[in-house]
Design a binder for this molecule. Structure first.
Ligand SMILES: [Cu+2]
Length: 283
């Protein structure tokens, strides 16, 4: 009896320990790695709920940074070892097409979230719109989930589709600054070639000349801008955008290929108020 008195609490104690260890190792349902994001919607199939998040809680025409997590409907746990790809599709009356996008990758240092970006070059309208398909595999089993998504028109031109002098159709999208300041801002854009309805490879080693103007104030420019050049580590273009005051700015651009040949856009002059290639922002 004396021994039992010791053993029973000991067994109970070790059981308690191993339970709480299990909780820490296997149960991730309580982990919140999306606390600074807002849910756009769920995309579900029979086995999983894919939660789609952005900073703003919506998707919009142009560049969208998207975070997802996948909840197993049986265990209520978030899947940590999925391999994920996605296919955005716009279904138009005459045809269907996709858009530029990144891969979906596990966020470094996180357990339950995956992220990437999608650039919707066209907004939805009454008769035409987008859906988003996820293909993912977990432990060798393949799954698919698809749902209609809402992609309203951006109030400012954050993405533009155009034909270059080389006969190639390009898509150019504003990626940064997302929160412009009265300062010299880091500017980032993505440039893609529309190879066909499904393929939009990154265009490398071009130059994008930048001339920001305020049309409402005599079309004045700003000092210390820097043209955008290609950065292969991020597969995007970086430059400097000087904004000397708040308001509406037209970011006049010229696209030059690797041989410095002009493919699209014009200089802003006394007689030419803006380039035919531009992006817009207002803050
Ligand atoms: Cu379309």
């Amino acid at each position: 009896m004396k021994i039992l008195k010791f053993i029973i609490p000991l067994v109970a104690f070790s059981f308690f320990i191993s339970c709480s260890e299990d909780d820490n190792n296997d149960d991730n349902a309580a982990i919140n790695e999306v606390e600074n994001l807002i849910k756009v919607q769920n995309i579900e199939n029979d086995t999983h709920t894919i939660e789609v998040y952005t900073q703003s809680g919506v998707l919009m025409q142009g560049y969208n940074e998207i975070t997802i997590r996948i909840k197993d409907k049986t265990t209520n746990e978030f899947v940590e070892n999925a391999t994920v790809s996605w296919t955005p599709m716009m279904h138009m009356t005459e045809m269907s097409h996709s858009c530029p996008k990144s891969e979906v990758t596990k966020v470094t240092g996180k357990q339950t979230i995956y992220s990437g970006y999608i650039i919707f070059q066209m907004p939805e309208n009454q008769d035409e719109g987008w859906d988003l398909t996820f293909n993912y595999s977990i432990g060798g089993t393949d799954y698919q989930a698809v749902a209609v998504i809402s992609v309203p028109m951006s109030p400012r031109q954050r993405v533009t589709t155009f034909m270059g002098a080389d006969g190639v159709k390009y898509i150019l999208a504003l990626i940064a600054p997302q929160q412009p300041e009265v300062a010299v801002n880091d500017m980032t854009v993505g440039l893609y070639k529309m190879e066909n309805m499904m393929s939009f490879p990154v265009v490398k080693n071009y130059t994008i000349a930048l001339d920001p103007r305020m049309p409402s104030m005599g079309n004045h420019s700003s000092p210390n801008n820097e043209d955008l050049t290609y950065d292969d580590t991020i597969m995007l273009y970086n430059g400097k955008l000087s904004l000397t005051m708040t308001g509406y700015w037209k970011l006049n651009l010229k696209l030059l290929n690797a041989n410095n040949e002009l493919l699209k856009g014009e200089d802003v002059t006394e007689t030419n108020e803006s380039s035919s290639l531009y992006l817009e922002l207002e803050f």
